[in-house]
Design a protein around this ligand. Structure first.
Ligand SMILES: NC(=O)c1ccc[n+]([C@@H]2O[C@H](COP(=O)([O-])OP(=O)(O)OC[C@H]3O[C@@H](n4cnc5c(N)ncnc54)[C@H](OP(=O)(O)O)[C@@H]3O)[C@@H](O)[C@H]2O)c1
Length: 337
C-alpha cells in the first residue's frame, strides 16, 4: 500500500511516499481503507522536528483520517465491514478527564500516524461519520473541530455571549461555525485583508480586525464590547498574543489556551489575570465523548467544514508547503482515492 513517511531527518523535504505491507487486524482491531487525511498545524511542527525532537524515524505523520472499515478482527463489536468512520485523536481518551496515558496515545506523534492507504486501529478509537458529511469533510474533524467544540463547551459558552477567535485556520473556522449554532456573537482577528472580506461575504462574520495593521487589537475588542471585554477567547496565538487576550477578556471571563501560532516562549504578567479573575483553561483536543457530541450537532445543524484545498497523496509535500505558507482558510486535506 502507499503511505507517506518522514524519513532520514526532519523537514518537509524529508517526507516521501513509500510502499508498505497492508496491516492485518488483531483481536479488537479493525482495518480502515483511508479515503482522506487532513493536516493540522501540529503536523507541520512534527515534520519540522519542533513538536517532538526525539521522534523515532521513520514515522508516518498525521492524526486525522476518515475511511471505511475493510477488515474486522476477532472480538470486534462496535463496527462492521463498510462502516464509515473517523479515527479519534487520542486513541485512549474515550471519556472523562484527560490522563497521562491518554496523551501518549495521540496519533501521528508518539504513536504512528494515519497518512497511509490502510491503517489498523482498536475498535474503541473510532467514531461514526455523520451522514451529512463525505470522507473529505469527515477527515477534517478529529483534531481541529473537536478542539474547538471542547473549548466552547468546556467554557460553558451560552447564547448571547461573545467569543473572540484568532486567525482563520482550522480551529478558529470550526469555532466560528459552532459559535453560530450556539447563538454566540463572534469577533475575529485575521492577518489578511482578503480573508476578512471572505469572512464577511461568505460566512457573515463582519466584526473582524486586522491584527497586523492593528497590533493593539485588544483595544478594538474592548471598544466593540462597550469597554467590557469578551466572555471567552479561544487562544490559538500562544506566547505572542496571550497578554493581549488577557486584556481583551472580561472580568471573570475565560481564555481557552489552545495554540502556539505566534510562538511558545515569552513572559506574561500574571497580575491582570488574578486582578481580573480570568480563568485560563488548557485544552488538548478532546475525548471520544466530546467527538460524538459534536457529531450530533454537526448532523443536526448540517454543518459542513470549511475546506481550503485538497491535494492528492502524491503531492503531500505541496500540502505541507501550503500549510506552512499560512495562506489557507480552514482545512487542508490530502485525498487517497
Ligand atoms: N491544544 C490543542 O489540542 C490543539 C488542537 C488543534 C490545534 N492546536 C494549535 O492551535 C493553533 C491553530 O491550529 P490550526 O490547526 O487551526 O492552525 P492553522 O489551520 O494552520 O491556522 C493557521 C492560521 O492562523 C492564523 N495565524 C497565524 N499566526 C497568527 C497569530 N500570530 N495570531 C493570530 N492568528 C494567527 C492565520 O490566519 P490569518 O491569515 O487569518 O491571520 C493562519 O492562516 C496551532 O498552534 C495548533 O498547534 C492545538
Amino acid at each position: 500500500m502507499r503511505a507517506v513517511v518522514l524519513d532520514g531527518g526532519f523537514g518537509i523535504e524529508a517526507l516521501r511516499q513509500v510502499d508498505l505491507p497492508e496491516p492485518q487486524p488483531g483481536p479488537g482491531e479493525v482495518v480502515l481503507r483511508v479515503r482522506a487525511v487532513s493536516l493540522n498545524y501540529r503536523d507541520l511542527l512534527v515534520v519540522q522536528g519542533t513538536y517532538h525532537p526525539k521522534l523515532p524515524l521513520p514515522r508516518i505523520p498525521c492524526s486525522d483520517a476518515a475511511g471505511e472499515v475493510v477488515a474486522v478482527g476477532p472480538n470486534v463489536n462496535r463496527w462492521a465491514m463498510g462502516d464509515r468512520v473517523m479515527a479519534i485523536f487520542m486513541q485512549c481518551w474515550l471519556a472523562g478527564e484527560l490522563t497521562e496515558a491518554a496523551t501518549r496515545s495521540a496519533l501521528g506523534g508518539e504513536s504512528e500516524g494515519v497518512l497511509a492507504e490502510y491503517i489498523c486501529l482498536h475498535e474503541d478509537g473510532l467514531v461514526a461519520i455523520p451522514e451529512v458529511l463525505n470522507f473529505t469533510e469527515a477527515a477534517t474533524l478529529p483534531c481541529a473541530a473537536v478542539t474547538a467544540w471542547h473549548a466552547l463547551t468546556q467554557a460553558g459558552a451560552t447564547a448571547g455571549q461573545t467569543v473572540l477567535l484568532q486567525g482563520t485556520g482550522g480551529v478558529s473556522m470550526f469555532a466560528a461555525q459552532f459559535a453560530r449554532v450556539m447563538g454566540l456573537r463572534v469577533l475575529m482577528t485575521s492577518g489578511s485583508e482578503e480573508k476578512r472580506t471572505r469572512l464577511a461575504n461568505e460566512f457573515g462574520i463582519c466584526e473582524t480586525v486586522h491584527y497586523r495593521q492593528q497590533p493593539d487589537w485588544e483595544k478594538w475588542v474592548r471598544e466593540r464590547t462597550g469597554g467590557t471585554g469578551v466572555d471567552l477567547v479561544l487562544e490559538v496565538g500562544g506566547a505572542g498574543t496571550l497578554e493581549r487576550s488577557v486584556r481583551a477578556v472580561r472580568v471573570g471571563g475565560t481564555i481557552a489556551l489552545i495554540g502556539v501560532l505566534s510562538g511558545v516562549t515569552g513572559t506574561i504578567n500574571p497580575l491582570p489575570i488574578l486582578m481580573r479573575s480570568v480563568r485560563l483553561q488548557g485544552i488538548f483536543v478532546g475525548s471520544r465523548s466530546h467527538f460524538e457530541a459534536m457529531n450530533r450537532a454537526i448532523q443536526h445543524h448540517q454543518i459542513h467544514p470549511v475546506i481550503d484545498r485538497v491535494f492528492p497523496l502524491a503531492d503531500a509535500v505541496s500540502a505541507w508547503r501550503h500549510l506552512e505558507s499560512g495562506q489557507h482558510m480552514g482545512k487542508i486535506v490530502i485525498a487517497l482515492d
